[in-house]
Design a protein around this ligand. Structure first.
Ligand SMILES: *Cc1c(COP(=O)(O)O)cnc(C)c1O
Ligand SMILES: [Zn+2]
Length: 419
């Protein structure tokens, strides 16, 4: 069989199993799209097919093709996503009071982590002969999908909230997609995309309801495990921000797999970070009776009121012995500037939130000063320059006159005399 390493699709709620060869999104036994499915593998086959050297050289995530749920015969649609650097961050570490490394996924081809998933989803869609692909997104997933659809020669029609940052609305247009900016929230855009899929039969790669889509995100965990192996130090904590919860769930699955296959001795704990204005996964994980469905944060990529992968995200936190924290928008903005000014890494707000999460976890005694922490920066800062302007106070506007520079820095003679 062409996908012999994939055994079944298993419902995360009731355990019902489905044939991985068919196009199915969610389990029939539950209302709406609640019955999210999980792809299960035969790890003996995966192990047998995976013969790459674990030497830290990762040209793209397709190094881990043996782990990806694609047919042997499928030709990958790729822009060399993944293989992102794991940077040591000495100045940031000093500021945070704990050894911190940054896995910089903002440098993926379309500027975000989601390229890992898009590459897999579009590869599968094209191989299945689908020619129209759709998704709903807070912005990045759509922009990413459109880039890969263009690369793979498919049509792409996306639903995004009209309030998404300009950069994220413009990017998919350049990729030739139809961008339907919904006058409503992300949650409303999402429901509309599901209805359209049912009625028009377009291939839907929404993270939670397309079981294969999230599987590409595992490569971040596989890579991180390999990079840690090469460094000779498995981190104690790996920190991701959470919107729908698929990103942290996917990364954890990869880390767990490399551990269970015996490639590394340990698996880290996962720390999930949400904004104070969008707390549904955090509330659920901590057993709150009153799970919020509000989504009010300037970190638009995690402004999700009704996360579609709560089950998988909470499982990642639980299985890894991790937990979640909340951070304010002010803290997120300060973290964006801290990451940029200490290490030259420009992250969008949702991608800087993990740095704020480390601060919060340090304050609360969750992360110890002797620990090693990896923060995942999931999106590039130029996607949302409004946030950056707010966070920094913006530029100094001056007339084209040397006197203006003197006003700011003193005269040149004065500066030379001070030296
Ligand atoms: C989508 C996204 C997230 C959150 O991922 P989820 O799977 O929704 O939890 C975090 N950061 C960035 C930059 C994103 O685009
Ligand atoms: Zn079910």
């Amino acid at each position: 069989m062409a996908m012999e390493h994939v055994t079944t699709l298993e419902c995360t709620l009731c355990g019902a199993e489905y044939d991985p060869g068919q196009i199915i999104y969610t389990c029939d036994n539950h209302e709406g799209t609640r019955g999210v499915l999980e792809v299960k593998y035969d790890y003996e086959v995966v192990h047998e097919n995976f013969d790459a050297d674990l030497d830290g050289t990762i040209p793209s995530q397709w190094k881990y093709e043996a782990f990806l749920p694609v047919d042997d015969e499928a030709d990958p649609v790729t822009l060399n996503e993944g293989g992102s650097d794991l940077f040591e961050a000495p100045t940031l570490s000093e500021e945070l009071g704990v050894e911190t490394l940054v896995k910089d996924d903002g440098r993926n081809p379309t500027g975000c982590f989601k390229d890992r998933a898009s590459s897999v989803a579009v590869t599968k869609a094209r191989h299945a002969g689908r020619d129209i692909i759709t998704c709903a997104s807070t912005g990045n997933a759509a922009a990413s999908l459109c880039g890969y659809a263009a690369r793979g020669g498919l049509d792409c029609r996306i639903f995004v909230p009209g309030s998404a940052p300009e950069g994220k609305l413009a990017q998919p247009l350049v990729y030739g997609a139809d961008v339907l900016a919904v006058e409503g929230t992300y949650d409303e855009a999402y429901d509309l995309s599901v209805e359209v899929t049912e009625q028009y039969g377009w291939y839907n790669r929404n993270a939670a309801i397309n079981p294969f889509q999230v599987e590409g995100k595992r490569t971040a965990g596989l890579e991180l495990a390999e990079q840690s192996l090469v460094r000779g130090d498995i981190p104690d904590w790996v920190v991701f921000s959470m919107g729908d919860g698929c990103t942290i769930a996917g990364a954890w699955k990869g880390l767990r797999e490399f551990h269970e296959l015996g490639f590394v001795d340990e698996a880290p704990r996962m720390l999930g970070v949400q904004a104070e204005g969008a707390t549904a996964i955090h509330d659920t994980f901590h057993g709150s009776d009153d799970v919020s469905d509000v989504a009010e944060t300037m970190a638009d990529s995690i402004a999700v009121g009704v996360p579609r992968n709560v089950v998988k995200a909470c499982r990642a936190l639980e299985e890894s012995g991790g937990t979640s924290v909340l951070v304010s928008d002010e803290d997120i903005m300060a973290a964006e500037v801290l990451l940029g000014s200490t290490e030259g890494i420009y992250a969008e707000p949702a991608a800087a939130a993990p740095v704020a999460g480390v601060q919060e976890a340090r304050d609360r005694g969750i992360i110890d000063s002797g620990d090693t922490v990896v923060v995942a920066s999931t999106g590039f800062g130029l996607k949302d320059t409004e946030g950056a302007k707010q966070a920094t106070g913006g530029v100094e506007r001056i007339d084209p006159d040397i006197a203006e520079v003197e006003r700011l820095y003193g005269t040149a003679e004065r500066a030379a005399a001070d030296d």
